[in-house]
Design a protein around this ligand. Sequence first.
Ligand code: ATP
Ligand code: MG
Length: 324
Amino acid sequence: MFSEDVYILKESVFDMSEGTDFEQRAAEDKAIRSHLDLIGRKILIMSGKGGVGKTTVTINLANALVDSGCTVGILDTDLHGPNVAKMLGCEAGILQTDDGGNSFFPVQVRPGLKVMSLAFAIPDRDAPIVWRGPMKMAAIRQFLAQADWGELDFLLIDSPPGTGDEQLTVCQTIPELTGTIIVTTPQEVAILDARRSVNFSRKMGVAILGVVENMSGMICPNCKQELPLFGKGGGKKMAQQMSVPFLGSIPLEVSLMEAEDAGKSFLSLQPDSPSSLAILDIARTINSGTACSTSRPTDFMGTATCAPSACSTCSSNCSSRKGV
Ligand SMILES: Nc1ncnc2c1ncn2[C@@H]1O[C@H](COP(=O)(O)OP(=O)(O)OP(=O)(O)O)[C@@H](O)[C@H]1O
Ligand SMILES: [Mg+2]
C-alpha cells in the first residue's frame, strides 16, 4: 500500500521525501490513467472558505446519486482534516490491498458507494496532520495511482478550503475532470472567497458545473419557519453575476448536522425535509449532465477552453486540455 515514510506519524509530523524521479512519475501517470479510465464523471467540490459545507454537499450528493442507481466514489483530499469517513459513519473502515501491495481498494460504505480517505490510514484520529506543500501533491497522486475503484459512474472529490496544492494537483492530474462544484454560504465574506474558486476553475480551464448555496436560511426546528441566519440569495446572485450555473440552495437544518455527527444518511432519515429535497434536486441536475459553465473560458482565438468531457456542445471543438 503506502510506503511507510509517507503516512506513519513521526512525532506528530509526516515525514516524506519530496519529489519523484521521472520514471516513477511516468509509472504513476500510467497507473492513474488506468484507474481513472474506468470512471465516468469526475467532479471536484471546492470552496474558498472553510466550514461552508463542501463535505456535506459531497456526501449527500453521493448518497443521492447512489439512491438513484449510480455507482459513486468519494476521494477525500482534505489531508489536514479528513472528515468524510466520520460523516459517513465508516471511520473503522480498513483499506484492503491487492496481493502485490501495489493497489488498495477504497472502503465500501454501502452498495454503490466507496470512499478513500487519509482517515483510514491514520491510527490516531486526534493527531495533528502536518504537511509541506509538495508532500500533499505526492500524496494525492499516490491516492489516484493506487486506489482501485473499479468501474464508477461518478468520482466526487472533496477538498479543503481554498485554491491551493490540493485543488491544483487534482486539476493537473485529472485532465478530463468533468468540472467543479463551488459551495458557498450566502454572506458576503463567503461569496468573496467563492468568486476566487470560480476564477481558479477558469484559470485551470476546468468547467464550472455550478454554485451551491449552503446554509441558505435556517429552518427553525420548532416552528419550521425559515430564518435568514447567514442571509439568503448571495450565492445565486454571485452565480448570475459571474455567469455560471446555480445548482440550488440547501437550508441549514439542525437535524442535518446531527445526522452527519452521528455518521448517518440524512437523506434516509429525513427524505422529505427541505434540505433533502434540495440535495435530490442538485443530484438530478448533476446526473442529467446538463450543468455546465455558461461562460466557458476562451483562449485568445475565442475557442472554448473548458474540459472536453464537461459539455456536449463544445466537446468536439475543445482541445485545450487534451494531452495535459
Ligand atoms: N445545511 C446544513 N445544515 C446543518 N448543518 C450543516 C449544513 N451544512 C453543513 N453543516 C454542518 O456544518 C459543519 C461544517 O460542514 P462541512 O464539514 O460540510 O463543511 P466543509 O466546507 O467541508 O468544512 P472544511 O472547510 O473544514 O472542510 C458540519 O458540522 C456540518 O454537519
Ligand atoms: Mg470538509
